[in-house]
Design a protein around this ligand. Structure first.
Ligand code: DGP
Length: 111
């Protein structure tokens, strides 16, 4: 079954796309945890980081570089990048995505 992110990428479900290239797209998180909360999502429906392999090396780097590019535009004061993987980490959508959070101070370690 297609994930919510595949449906947004295909246009089946509407979503404001802030960036799109041939490998990924970026949208605002529907449940923002910070004033800036973007999701960088690969078009390839990899279940999560733990399902990525050696062949995904370039794509994984690309996702981080797109996060950096988005941060230059939306998060000039600093940002945090998060990848949740699996139930205990709170992953709710089984499609790899990078959270880009900014616009407030973050505690460490994260909760
Ligand atoms: P995670 O918990 O790491 O799997 O993050 C999934 C995020 O996806 C979560 O913060 C909420 C967001 N999300 C879920 N459904 C939608 C949707 O339909 N649109 C958007 N923009 N975000 C969604």
């Amino acid at each position: 079954m297609a994930t919510i992110f595949e449906k947004i990428a295909s246009g089946e479900i509407p979503g404001e796309i802030l960036h799109r290239d041939s490998h990924c797209f970026v949208l605002r998180d529907v449940e923002p945890r910070a004033p800036v909360h973007l999701l960088i999502v690969p078009l390839e429906p990899i279940r999560g980081l733990s399902a990525a392999g050696e062949g995904d090396r370039w794509l994984l780097g690309h996702l981080l570089l797109v996060a950096k590019k988005m941060a230059e535009k939306f998060a000039p004061g600093g940002f945090r990048v998060v990848v949740n993987d699996g139930k205990s980490a709170g992953q709710s959508v089984p499609h790899l995505h990078v959270h880009l959070l900014a616009g407030r101070d973050f505690s460490w370690p994260p909760g």
